[in-house]
Design a protein. Structure first.
Length: 217
């Protein structure tokens, strides 16, 4: 109760002030990017087409955007890659916001947009969607500083499926989240393939990660 009040207040303040230090500089060729490229390469099979629309949900600072870009640009001549992040103005301890960091990571990439917004406000259609670590239990959402009103895994999944045209890769952390993810997909009647444990030599995690592929056609 008190935690939520604090999160609501902090979230309100940062979303309205949008404060950040400027001109973030990081490492474009990072392990997160290599990890994402590798798992996309293992589990997604896009069909070649002239124009591809791809969405990343919950992009955080989008440090891994280049992994997605490098993977999908192989399958098209025109790529539109969008990232959506509801808490884009959350600050790091060095006073850069995720938004400021994301501006650095997407720098120089054609057709890439970072939207500081709620997934529920994204209404275009996407051929491919990547959803790394959705919040499926309240605890991590609270830890990440979001107000409890944003805990809505079922509504978000239904929306992601509505805007999907071809294939979505979902990655969950730990077997409990994977079970919850599976139950949600079943409840909503969304067809999927369970990938089991998903791993990559590019980046190893303490908790096992599990994957699902949702297909439209
Ligand atoms: C566990 S983090 C994963 C971040 C990133 N995808 C990664 O793998 O490092 C979940 C992210 O989803 C974002 N998020 C949660 N609800 C959202 C919503 N309704 N719309 C957009 N982003 C959301 C959170 O703010 C958070 O940055």
């Amino acid at each position: 109760m008190f935690d939520d009040l604090k999160n609501r207040f902090d979230f309100f303040v940062r979303s309205h002030t949008r404060f950040s230090r400027k001109n973030y500089r990081g490492n474009l060729e990072n392990d997160e990017s290599r990890y994402v490229y590798d798992i996309l390469n293992q589990f997604m099979h896009p069909k070649e087409q002239d124009f591809l629309r791809v969405l990343d949900i919950g992009s955080k600072n989008w440090a891994y955007v280049r992994g997605e870009y490098k993977f999908f640009e192989r399958f098209c001549t025109n790529l539109r890659l969008d990232g959506v992040e509801i808490d884009a103005y959350r600050l790091y301890s060095n006073f850069y916001s995720r938004y400021e960091a994301a501006k650095f990571y997407i720098g120089g990439l054609q057709g890439v947009n970072y939207y500081p917004d709620d997934l529920l406000n994204i209404n275009g259609k996407y051929d491919y969607i990547i959803w790394l670590l959705p919040f499926l239990t309240p605890y991590p959402l609270k830890k990440w500083g979001l107000p409890m009103r944003y805990f809505m895994p079922e509504k978000l999944l239904r929306h992601a499926y509505e805007i999907l045209e071809k294939e979505m890769l979902i990655i969950n952390q730990g077997d409990e989240e994977a079970e919850i993810q599976k139950a949600l997909l079943d409840k909503l009647g969304i067809p999927y393939e369970s990938l089991g444990v998903v791993s990559s030599k590019a980046l190893e995690f303490k908790n096992l990660r599990y994957g699902f592929i949702v297909k439209r056609d």
